[in-house]
Design a protein around this ligand. Structure first.
Ligand SMILES: Cc1cc2nc3c(=O)[nH]c(=O)nc-3n(C[C@H](O)[C@H](O)[C@H](O)COP(=O)(O)OP(=O)(O)OC[C@H]3O[C@@H](n4cnc5c(N)ncnc54)[C@H](O)[C@@H]3O)c2cc1C
Length: 374
């Protein structure tokens, strides 16, 4: 399939969530693939570390994501089967907030439109079923069945390993310094020399705009902090008793959390509300100011957790203005496709986006309308 003079059909730049999953799908289709990663798959410097990522299906952002989520789930399970690694744990999910809030109305609209298994839970039922959550007067919850959590580092390692099994050549600790159109293909300049390919897929996460500044992509990078807070009785927060959750606060902000995966603490995070960041100079130290909203949230809304933060980590959101994902093949850079599944909700889609971008690049198949193409 690879044309004369080219090292590969497709070069993948950046082997985080989007790159590793795309490399797996491209290699599964028989494309010859070379992937470059400046660190190592599963590292903690980008947007895909921190042990867990929420998977959910009743999608408050838009019901248009639901068909993609059904396919994403099947592909995650396929990757589990092929790799033998446990990647997706279904716990159910809770969306908590005021009935008229964006979260609850959006989850309900999506669940009803797509007939997704769900239940409305009032304060009394929440107290009985999920006493770990403290509801304010007037708040309710929507429980949905098709939700849980993915293991990001493990998923990326599994996808990268499967891509290699299928013939992809993945070069780690190799930085791509330039991606250029050239005649009938692309040239990729790296810290280990130049490569030619028919096409390039740029999945460089928070570094995308730095690598391709001339494209002026609508991406901005935001610093995010998550913390692991010790539980008084960790068994009350086990995955079979404590579903993943998102909560919309009275001021409209979002908090989210997971059951325990280490048997002692639960991870909680703030969605957005972070400062703008440069991926090369971001402050990776977590300070008291970072932890304050998380401690306050846990103290006010969770029962059975302590104030003891046992771990914390800094991560990056790469945002588009409307929080839709970006997959674009810019006219100014022929042969190059950029994929950024971003805005803090992209991990769960990495499997299906890898497949969709493969079909775009190999078959010219159009992307679903919910994905931004510019
Ligand atoms: C704190 C936090 C919580 C989140 N929670 C959720 C959630 O619950 N559910 C959900 O679905 N999503 C969630 N997300 C979003 C999701 O994790 C991201 O959208 C997704 O991981 C982004 O993947 P990516 O491949 O674009 O970026 P990354 O995984 O960061 O991959 C980019 C890769 O490119 C490499 N790279 C960059 N430049 C170069 C170069 N020049 N040469 C070689 N390699 C390069 C980087 O080293 C990196 O490995 C969350 C994100 C954060 C930060």
């Amino acid at each position: 399939m690879t044309g004369s003079g080219a090292n590969a059909d497709v070069v993948v730049v950046g082997l985080g969530a989007m790159g590793a999953l795309s490399a797996w799908r491209l290699a599964a289709r028989g494309a010859t693939v070379i992937g470059f990663e400046r660190f190592r798959p599963g590292h903690d410097r980008g947007s895909s570390h921190g042990d867990t990522r929420i998977f959910r299906t009743a999608y408050f952002e838009s019901p248009e994501y639901v068909p993609l989520l059904h396919r994403a789930k099947r592909l995650w399970q396929q990757l589990e089967n092929e790799s033998g690694a446990e990647l997706l744990t279904l716990t159910g999910g809770l969306a908590i907030g005021r009935p008229e809030g964006q979260l609850v109305t959006g989850v309900l609209a999506s669940a009803r439109q797509d007939n997704l298994p769900h239940r409305l839970l009032g304060a009394a039922e929440m107290d009985r079923l999920y006493p770990q959550h403290r509801l304010d007067a007037g708040e309710i919850a929507v429980w949905e069945e098709e939700a849980g959590f993915l293991r990001p580092e493990r998923s990326i390692e599994a996808a990268a390993a499967r891509a290699e099994d299928l013939g992809a050549r993945l070069m780690t600790e190799t930085e791509v310094t330039a991606v250029k159109a050239s005649g009938d293909g692309v040239v990729i300049e790296t810290s280990r020399g130049s490569y030619r390919a028919e096409r390039a897929l740029v999945t460089a996460g928070a570094w995308t705009s730095k690598l391709l500044p001339d494209l002026r992509l609508p991406l901005s990078v935001e610093r995010q902090v998550a913390a692991w807070i010790a539980a008084e009785d960790p068994t009350a927060f086990a995955p079979d008793r404590f579903p993943v959750f998102i909560r919309e606060l009275a001021h409209g902000g979002f908090r989210y959390g997971f059951p325990t995966t280490d048997g002692r603490s639960i991870k909680v995070g703030v969605h957005h509300e972070g400062s703008e960041a440069d991926p090369d100079s971001i402050d990776r130290k977590v300070g008291e100011e970072d932890l304050k909203p998380l401690r306050e949230f846990a103290e006010q809304y969770l029962r059975g957790v302590t104030t003891n933060v046992v771990d914390a980590s800094v991560c990056m959101y790469t945002n588009t203005p409307d929080e839709r994902f970006l997959a674009t093949s810019p006219r100014d850079l022929p042969g190059v496709t950029v994929l950024s599944a971003c805005s803090g909700h992209g991990f769960k889609f990495a499997s299906v986006l890898g497949e969709l971008v493969t079909e775009l690049m190999l078959d010219g198949r159009a992307l679903p309308g919910i994905i931004r193409t510019a």
